[in-house]
Design a protein around this ligand. Structure first.
Ligand code: CTP
Ligand code: CA
Length: 229
């Protein structure tokens, strides 16, 4: 059955969620991107809204309807996603579920690049994108009380996810255990390890909808207790 959510537990809280891929244009018809359906981020946003939060969902290009009761800001690039997140501050919690492209093309062409007969293919120079999770995690007056990042790990899940938590400066990392022996890759279920300051919580196997509900419940618990992350 579906985990019951505490209606109203996040009333008066503003939560920012990023979801989907970003598209980094090469020219008007081509782009660089990560694979992402956006389903995990949308499920989290929906579950948080069900808990009564005001949710701002900053979404890259995906083929999903806006979740009920959620304000969606649609963006294309990582730079636009960062700007939309900054514009949404302040918030109580930020959940970075987006599969942000790590690079953008240094010199995007304003005109479609043509294959000239006999000439070599273009060489693309890439520049790093801003790390939105790290930026939201940085100390400052607008730093959300709770910042949550995601990671997919194929081995040493807890160690790598804990290292990612430290590197980004976020409070929690939702680590998806994609070791081949879990049989998770390509399936509909996830095996999640939640890394917090206190250690690692292993969740049962859940689909993306249920992961969203578990995370929303966990966030509601966090804000209804005096515990810091
Ligand atoms: N993330 C982000 N902005 C970026 C890159 C990543 O906000 N430019 C966030 C993702 O939304 C996710 C977390 O950082 O919550 C981890 O993303 P991941 O791609 O696993 O980590 P990276 O630091 O980009 O490392 P790498 O891709 O090299 O593993
Ligand atoms: Ca990355």
């Amino acid at each position: 059955g579906r985990v019951p959510l505490p209606a109203g537990a996040l009333a008066g809280r503003h939560v920012l969620v990023t979801a989907g891929p970003t598209h980094e244009p090469i020219d008007p018809v081509r782009y660089l991107a990560n694979r992402s359906s956006g389903r995990q981020g949308y499920a989290i946003a929906a579950a948080l809204a069900e808990c009564g939060a005001r949710v701002t969902l900053v979404s890259g290009p995906v083929d999903l309807p806006p979740p009920a009761g959620v304000a969606v800001t649609r963006v294309e690039t990582a730079a636009q996603m960062l700007a939309a997140c900054d514009a949404a501050l302040p918030c109580d919690a930020a959940i970075c579920a987006a599969a942000v492209a790590d690079w953008h093309v240094a010199q995007r062409s304003e005109r479609k690049m043509k294959k000239a007969a006999g000439s070599p293919p273009p060489v693309l120079t890439l520049l790093p994108n801003p790390d939105i999770l790290a930026r939201l995690s940085a100390p400052g007056p607008d730093r959300p009380a709770l910042v949550v990042g995601f990671a997919a790990e194929t081995h040493d899940v807890e160690r790598h996810a804990a290292a990612k938590r430290a590197a980004k400066g976020c409070d929690w990392v939702v680590a998806n255990d994609v070791r081949p022996e879990t049989g998770i890759m390509g399936g509909t279920e996830n095996e999640i390890v939640l890394i917090t300051r206190d250690g690692a919580e292993r969740w049962p196997r859940l689909d993306k909808q249920a992961v969203g509900r578990h995370l929303a419940l966990r966030i509601a618990q966090y804000f209804s207790s005096d515990r810091s992350p």
